[in-house]
Ligand binder design. Structure first.
Ligand code: NOJ
Length: 543
């Protein structure tokens, strides 16, 4: 059957955090030549699209999310030649490349900002959001990290706005020259052949022109999928503005003329209604948005059933849901599961077999665990701000502060520094066992790495899993989630057991077992699902 669906609706995404993936020159920081040496392994895992966290020139105060030059490579990571080669080699291996694009803000060391802050008359003054009135803090806007978003600058006796950290001044998209410059940046990379962009805090692009005060709210802590009410404020005027929804369409239109058919995946947060506004009423906005429900899952079949049904209700085709289990800002998912690899297999199977795009954070395929670095010793700027908050309190309140802990180096093998570097890693590799490494897990059929490999390949080779519709099915057992994917005359049926107890399900006639894990077995017409196991069947319908 000819496959007509756009490629990005069928892909799987693997996120690489360049700082921590593979160091090639012994300086303890991962780099592009290092990544190049691992490309075959990434391909063998079955990855289709690689998303790179930023490797552009940057002071590195927020580890690359503070860019000082959008069109050059930070020397820590290599050169533009390395980058060109990386793009070429990824394409050679039939994978796609997505770059992280931080459009909302630059570093305060970006030449645009240095010019902008030098004088009120500077032609770049309006590249950023300066408040022109008398007041140093013109309104009550709180940034996404809980501080005032206004930053007083002595040079011109005015304040500039930053929706994240103070060294990340927000660009002013009401200035057409800013838009033009940013579109120029996108063109630069699209002309190099990249296949898409992950758009950092895209919900923050526009701010209210009239600088109106935000209304108050009872809610203090933000969650990964809700920043729009936090720190006792409804972020009505500094997040999710209608102009940002409109801008999503403009960016989509701008990039869609490129022959590689690139796509945009937005980091936006909020209600489904807000996410949909970014995707556009006619699915003409951002191609995809990250959906973070799996960051705070309740490990129960009912939770996943509800999630599937909700996504089909709110984001039916042509919308494509995304399933994100982790990223460089969140506690590692294996730790959220108490280290239980059996559960990690069930969860990742859900992520790969549902209708939508699985987004995998490097190291999750081997169950890479969190570090235990206290905020006090954190390199992460958010940890530095909260230096005196003890880890146990963060855990108690369920808040995640020191992001160093989810950014530890990849565990490749049992040599020194786990094969990550010949030098002293920028973050400690931490304690690990032989079984935690890629090299070991590759040799064990029932390892998490091999499970991920099977899932990546299953999706890759099944048009039903890529394109088919989805329907949840009733199981007689509360712990079992069952759903069907259908395309034409082929049906794929998935059973996942979220419980400890062994459960038997009757298998429909003519079913062919495609994959099973965790000890699930077919005996005659019965599927025996041991605790935390799963199975995938295919049926070819006659008519
Ligand atoms: C979201 C990114 O994921 C995070 O790592 C970064 O610190 C902020 N945006 C600011 O760019």
């Amino acid at each position: 059957m000819e496959n007509k669906m756009e490629w990005w609706k069928q892909t799987s995404i693997y996120q690489i955090y360049p700082w921590s993936f593979q160091d090639s020159n012994g300086d303890g920081i991962g780099d592009l030549p290092g990544i190049l040496t691992r490309l075959d392994q990434i391909r063998d895992l079955g990855v289709e699209t690689i998303w790179f966290s930023p490797f552009y020139k940057s002071p590195g105060e927020d580890f690359g999310y503070d860019i000082s030059d959008y069109t050059s490579i930070d020397p820590r990571f290599g050169t533009m030649d390395d980058c060109d080669k990386l793009i070429r080699e990824i394409h050679k291996r039939k994978m796609k490349v997505v770059l992280d694009m931080v459009m909302n803000h630059t570093s305060d060391k970006h030449p645009w900002f240095l010019e902008s802050k030098s004088s009120k008359e500077n032609p770049k003054r309006d590249f950023y959001i300066w408040h022109k009135g008398e007041k140093k803090v013109p309104n009550n806007w709180i940034s996404m990290v809980g501080t005032s978003g206004w930053n007083y600058d002595e040079t011109t006796d005015e304040s500039y706005y930053s929706n994240f950290l103070s060294f990340q001044p927000d660009l002013n998209y009401r200035n057409p020259k800013v838009k033009k410059s940013m579109f120029g940046v996108l063109d630069f990379w699209l002309n190099k052949g990249v296949d898409g962009f992950r758009l950092d805090i895209f919900n923050s692009i526009y701010k209210d022109e009239g600088f109106r005060d935000n209304p108050s709210s009872f809610r203090y802590f933000p969650t990964p999928d809700n920043h729009d009410e936090a720190f006792f404020q409804k972020k009505q005027y500094n997040l999710n503005l209608p102009e940002s929804f409109q801008f999503a369409k403009e960016v989509r239109k701008h990039i869609s003329k490129y022959k590689q058919k690139p796509f945009l995946i937005g980091e936006v947060s909020g209600s489904d209604k807000i996410l949909k506004s970014f995707l556009g009423e006619k699915a003409d906005g951002l191609n995809l948005v990250f959906q973070f429900e799996l960051i705070h899952f309740d490990y129960k079949a009912q939770f996943f059933k509800d999630l599937l049904e909700k996504n089909e209700r709110e984001f039916p085709a042509p919308y494509t849901p995304t399933y994100v289990l982790g990223n460089h800002d969140q506690r590692r998912f294996i730790d959220r599961l108490g280290g239980d690899v059996r559960k990690a297999k069930v969860l990742s199977a859900f992520q790969f077999l549902a209708r939508g795009i699985p987004v995998v954070y490097y190291g999750d395929e081997i169950g890479r665990k969190e570090g235990r670095i206290p905020n006090f010793f954190g390199k992460d700027p958010i940890a530095k701000m909260n230096r005196f908050v003890p880890l146990f309190l963060c855990n108690l309140l369920g808040i995640y502060i020191n992001r160093d802990n989810c950014r530890l180096p990849m565990l490749w093998d049992t040599t020194e520094q786990a094969g990550f570097s010949k030098g002293k890693p920028w973050l400690p590799v931490g304690q690990f066992q032989t079984e935690d490494t890629v090299v070991y897990q590759k040799t064990k059929n029932d390892s998490l790495w091999n499970h991920y490999r099977s899932l990546f390949h299953l999706r890759k080779t099944s048009s039903v899993l890529k394109e088919g519709n989805i329907k949840t099915k009733l199981s007689h057992h509360a712990d079992v989630l069952c759903f069907e994917r259908t395309l034409g005359k082929i049906v794929v049926i998935v059973y996942l057991n979220f419980g400890e107890k062994e459960i038997k399900e009757t298998v429909s006639k003519g079913s062919k077992l495609l994959y099973s894990f965790g000890g699930a077995e077919v005996l005659g017409d019965k599927l025996q699902l041991t605790g935390h196991s799963g199975a995938v069947f295919e049926i070819r319908l006659k008519k």
